[in-house]
Design a protein around this ligand. Structure first.
Ligand code: LLP
Length: 437
């Protein structure tokens, strides 16, 4: 009935997540409110892990892409589920360290890591650094040398695959700011140079073809391209690639029309292709890594809002305004992303009209869902926007000086705060009035 299996309706007609009544959660914690279902996050972690066990003899590691939702509790859950972590900034490294995440299972990405971030990674013995540019490689070699260390690295490669997704979230093609291109020979060149460096240990290759992908084929193609390259490196440089990281990007159901593939199925296809191609080319069977972010936390999250004004513009559009918007969910304004929504206090009401859900920011594009079928909505209703667990809190902002909502984790009828709501004081915490103004 709902796009997420985490949801149901109780006998009062209220939306339920993790055994908790959403109307009560809204009363207790206030709105807007992010809610995450713990069981579903864990279930998703296990589905990916199981895929690697079943189809690749467990010779791999699932890294949770923490950019989807980075917080101490999220890192803790990923750690407990035996996952590794994909981090992309000093801030995400710091969060992982604060959560006590095992450093050897942390992979540090990013297309422009600063010197400070590289120092932080080496000082904390972060497991792998995924090198994205020549400058980074030279910097890293120098910094590692000055510390008498050798950095274990992967190289981010652009496999030249066109994944059918939004332009802004597709990354595997040559015209991308991420990684090294194969076609131009730069990927080969950078690895040839790295293989001669004293303080760099070339462990593996990485690629990430994009996000919210619904096909298996681009992943299979990426594997083939990467294994061809691994074979070339072996032949020409005598280099054995031990880790193949295939990134994330597994699509989730935001609206009923979306039809995601079971997570295990990706792993089956990928593992079979790696095994067959490695055999054909007589290659060492690399350890496989994947980096799901959205698919782990996305379906597990919802956002609750209080409905404020309702403006019906005859013959044009009916706007329903909520007490949040692009500050807690910028995905419509960035990508025209689609969402489904439910009235949490009348969750089984039939959908009888088309409305547009708008936020409270001073931007006409501040929408959450345009022209969606909903039951009649009134001021005071609690609106639940579904599948908001990924790239909502993590991309939130304080535009219009709006404090970020809190995040609550629910399980078996219990709710626990995992991120506190920002206060107005938080908003001015870093402001300074210089003495001379
Ligand atoms: N690995 C790498 C290297 C990535 O760049 C990403 C996402 C992932 C893994 C995780 O991808 P996922 O499984 O979550 O699709 N803000 C956009 C998504 C940007 C994704 C960036 N990289 C959105 O809201 O759709």
């Amino acid at each position: 009935m709902f796009v997420s299996e985490a949801l149901s309706v109780n006998d009062r007609g209220h939306l339920v997540i993790g055994g908790c009544d959403c109307v009560k959660l809204a009363e207790e914690y206030g709105t807007p409110l992010y809610i995450m279902d713990e069981e579903l996050i864990r279930k998703n972690c296990r589905a990916f892990r199981k895929g690697i066990e079943k189809y690749y003899d467990g010779n791999g590691l699932v890294l949770y892409a923490s950019k989807a939702f980075s917080s101490l509790a999220a890192c803790r859950i990923a750690e407990q589920e035996g996952l590794g972590l994909d981090v992309v900034s000093g801030g995400e490294v710091y969060t992982a360290l604060k959560a006590g995440f095992p450093v050897d299972r942390i992979y540090f990405h990013g297309n422009n890591k600063s010197r400070e971030e590289l120092v932080m990674a080496l000082d904390n013995s972060i497991g792998r650094i995924v090198v994205d540019s020549y400058e980074e490689l030279f910097n890293l070699d120098g910094i590692a040398g000055s510390k008498n260390k050798c950095a274990d690295v992967l190289f981010r490669i652009k496999p030249g695959i066109d994944a059918h997704t939004h332009d802004f979230i597709k990354t595997g093609q040559i015209d991308s700011k991420f990684g090294f291109a194969l076609e131009t020979g730069e990927a080969f060149d950078v690895i040839r140079r790295a293989s001669k460096m004293d303080n760099i240990n070339v462990v593996g290759l990485h690629c990430h073809i994009g996000s919210q992908i619904f096909d298996i084929e681009p992943f299979v193609e990426a594997v083939k391209v990467m294994l061809n390259f691994i074979s070339e490196l072996k032949e020409k440089l005598g280099l054995e690639i031990k880790e193949l990281n295939l990134g994330g990007g597994f699509g989730i159901k935001y609206i009923p029309a979306h039809d995601p593939i079971e997570y295990e199925k990706y792993l089956e296809a990928v593992a079979e292709t790696v095994k067959a191609t490695a055999k054909e080319k007589n290659l060492y069977l690399p350890k496989i890594l994947i980096e799901p972010g959205r698919s782990i936390v996305g379906p597990a999250g919802i956002t609750l809002y209080a409905v404020g004004s309702v403006k019906d513009i005859p013959g044009i559009r009916k706007y329903i305004t909520i007490d949040g918007g692009m500050t807690d969910n910028p995905r419509y304004i960035l990508y025209e992303a689609v969402y489904d929504a439910v009235i949490a206090n009348r969750a089984d009401a039939p959908r009888t009209e088309k409305v547009t859900i708008a936020g409270k920011c001073c931007e006409s594009g501040d929408l959450i869902a345009k022209d969606i079928d909903m039951p009649e909505i009134k001021a005071g209703d609690i609106l639940a926007v579904l599948a908001t667990g990924a790239y909502n809190y993590s991309m939130s902002s304080n535009y219009n000086r709006i404090p970020r909502p809190s995040v609550v984790l629910v399980k078996e009828g219990k709710s626990r705060l995992i991120v506190a709501r920002e206060s107005y004081d938080d908003l001015v915490r870093n402001d300074i009035i210089p003495e001379d103004i």
